[in-house]
Design a protein around this ligand. Structure first.
Ligand code: DOR
Length: 440
């Protein structure tokens, strides 16, 4: 990664510095040098100098803002190779920077899929000038066909940070088991999209009272939970690291919690849409941007996911940023593809629906978007300390803003939040000491 911006900042002054990794929560100044954090000074000691340097070049005035490690997203769909009209690696990374992210992991369901060493290298090469660090995730099976395992070792040696079949599950438990046995030697996780296709086939939304009333084919909660349970048992048997993607049901949260209690190496993520929206929203608008996989569930599920984020059953927040073209989404609900974009609205939804709603404070919310995510895929970063890369986000936790698709850097606009007022606005993103986004 080498962000193109030439603007550099030497001090981020006077902000509330929150670093969950080191349990820092102070007012102070962060000094940057050669792309790294040089030192952090608390405001008490540096009050005078902060006032003095306010007008100097290279000083960013962060008073009344939160200064945190750059956000990390383990679940992003960039559509390159294959659908560069929807998102490229560079456009997705630019959208990530606007959302406060400095590291993203990209899923392998491209065309062709990221299922070999060459394609992993292709992503790394394309990301060289990107506005954030981009880490590829390799497929579990060749062509994501569910038949034979990919050359996992080659992909890991080239730079893949995890394997996943995201978009679907590995149908065969035997193949999944072999993948899990194999990854133990690399200390990477398998990221599981949990969906039993025999139960979800033909479904377009959560199966329940609303789908029945609307006459829409439903996807039962069990379609997810059966595979969550299966994969936890496989992780238990193999000792492999399992990360459950986009958890959508209360019972999935419960299964992960129980797995953790039993010592299984299982972690889980929640998306902003699964803690912000429910199936009933579909009945109000039939907005195809509300069609996602797994589907939006019930209020009970939404509450369980929030409780899971608060009590540690779930480890991180990941966007599942899934760009789709207007032509594909501008269709009947039945034929529109699954997915919504999320990089540029994630922080504002966390502010609105988790922090302002009283479920989490900022230090706990930021932990789910920084160090916890970094640990799952062994990424560097996620922490603010002398000698660490200067990957930093500065945001105004109070600022309310209205989602306007014209402002998105993503090439796709499939967001159901258009017109929503969100809380928490990214002001500055710095990656490797370089400014990758500044809100003016
Ligand atoms: O909604 C989704 N969209 N869920 C997935 O798992 C895949 C993604 C996509 O690639 O569009």
């Amino acid at each position: 990664m080498a962000a193109k911006s030439t603007k550099s900042i030497s001090v981020i002054a006077g902000g509330r510095i929150i670093d969950p990794a080191t349990q820092l929560d102070v007012i102070g100044d962060i000094y940057l040098k050669n792309g790294l954090v040089e030192r952090i000074e608390t405001r008490k000691r540096s009050l005078k100098s902060a006032e003095k340097i306010k007008s100097e070049r290279g000083v960013y005035d962060a008073r009344k803002k939160i200064v945190a490690p750059g956000l990390i997203d383990l679940h992003v769909h960039l559509r390159e190779p294959g659908r560069e009209d929807e998102e490229t690696i560079l456009s997705g990374a630019r959208a990530a920077a606007a959302g406060g992210f400095t590291s993203i992991c990209c899923m392998p369901n491209t065309d062709p899929p990221i299922d070999d060493q060459e394609t992993v290298q292709f992503v790394i090469d394309q990301a060289r000038d990107a506005a954030c660090r981009v880490y590829p995730i390799g497929a579990v099976t060749q062509g994501q066909r569910g038949e034979s395992l990919t050359e996992i070792g080659d992909m890991v040696h080239t730079g893949a940070v995890a394997i996943s079949e995201d978009g679907m599950s590995v149908v065969s438990a035997e193949i999944k088991r072999r993948a899990m046995e194999y990854i133990r030697m690399f200390d990477i996780p398998v990221i599981a999209h949990c969906e039993d296709a025999s139960l979800s086939a033909g479904g377009v939304m959560h199966e329940g009272a609303i789908s029945t009333r609307l006459g829409m084919r439903g996807i039962p909660a069990a379609a997810e939970e059966i595979i969550v349970a299966r994969d936890i048992q496989l992780a238990r048997a193999t000792g492999a690291r399992l990360h459950i993607a986009h958890v959508s049901t209360a019972d999935s949260v419960r299964l992960i919690k129980r797995g953790k209690r039993d010592g299984v190496k299982v972690t889980g993520e929640a998306t902003p849409h699964h803690f912000s929206l429910i199936d009933a929203s579909i009945a109000e608008s039939f907005d195809t941007n509300l069609r996602v996989s797994p589907p939006l569930r019930t209020e009970k599920d939404r509450k369980a996911i929030i409780a899971g984020l608060a009590d540690g059953a779930l480890d991180c927040i990941a966007t599942d940023h899934a760009p789709h073209s207007v032509e594909e989404k501008d269709n009947e609900f039945d034929i529109a593809p699954n997915g919504m974009i999320g990089l540029e609205t994630a922080l504002g939804l966390v502010g609105k629906n988790l922090v302002n709603a009283g479920h989490l404070d900022w230090p706990r919310a930021l932990r789910l978007m920084t160090i916890n995510a970094a640990r799952i895929t062994n990424l560097p970063g996620g922490k603010l300390a002398a000698g660490e890369a200067a990957d930093i986000v500065v945001f105004d936790p109070e600022e309310e803003w209205v989602v306007d698709p014209e402002q998105f850097y993503s090439l796709s606009k499939n967001s159901p939040y258009v017109g929503w007022t969100l809380t928490g606005r990214v002001k500055l993103t710095v990656c490797g000491g370089k400014v990758t986004h500044e809100d003016r």
